[in-house]
Write a new protein. Structure first.
Length: 148
C-alpha cells in the first residue's frame, strides 16, 4: 500500500496555488465601502458644539437639503470640505439644482460669532434658496425627582 500512495502523488501532484479572485473581490469591496463612508467620516471630524434648543424639530434626511457648517473662525464647510468665502455662492449654485425647492441648513458652533452665520445665510439667499434652517440639538432630558 505505501507504494500506491506515492504513485497517486506523483501522478496528480499537489496543487499549491492560491485562488486570487476572492481576494481581489474582497479588496474591491473594501475600496467601495471606504469611498462611500469617507464623506461621513470627514463631516464627523469637524469639532462642532451645536447649541441646544428644546423646541427644535428633528430634520429628516431630505435629499434636497444642503448642510453648510460654519467654524469658530468663520470658515464654511460643505460635506467636510472647506469652501472659501468668495467661492461659497458658486459652490452652492453648483450643488443646488432648483433653489426654490431646496433647504440650506446652517450648522454653526454655539461660540461662533453671529456675523459668520449671517454671512452664510445671506449667501444662501443670494442663490435663490427660500428655506433656511439652523441646526440645533435637543438638550439632555432632565431627570424628574420623585415626589415624597
Amino acid at each position: 500500500m505505501p507504494g500506491r500512495s506515492l504513485d497517486i502523488h506523483a501522478r496528480y501532484g499537489i496543487m499549491a496555488e492560491i485562488n486570487m479572485v476572492p481576494l481581489i473581490d474582497l479588496a474591491l469591496n473594501l475600496v467601495v465601502i471606504f469611498m462611500i463612508m469617507s464623506p461621513f467620516l470627514l463631516r464627523s471630524q469637524l469639532p462642532m458644539s451645536i447649541p441646544d434648543a428644546e423646541t427644535g424639530a428633528v430634520a429628516k434626511d431630505d435629499p434636497r437639503a444642503l448642510t453648510v457648517q460654519v467654524s469658530l473662525q468663520g470658515e464654511a464647510f460643505i460635506e467636510g470640505q472647506p469652501i472659501p468665502a468668495a467661492e461659497l455662492e458658486d459652490e452652492m449654485l453648483r450643488r443646488i439644482l432648483a433653489p426654490n425647492s431646496w433647504t440650506v441648513i446652517v450648522e454653526a458652533d454655539k461660540q461662533c460669532p453671529l456675523e459668520h452665520v449671517v454671512k452664510v445665510m445671506d449667501t444662501a439667499r443670494k442663490t435663490g434658496v427660500s428655506k433656511l434652517a439652523l441646526s440645533v440639538s435637543k438638550p439632555p432630558a432632565k431627570k424628574k425627582r420623585p415626589r415624597r
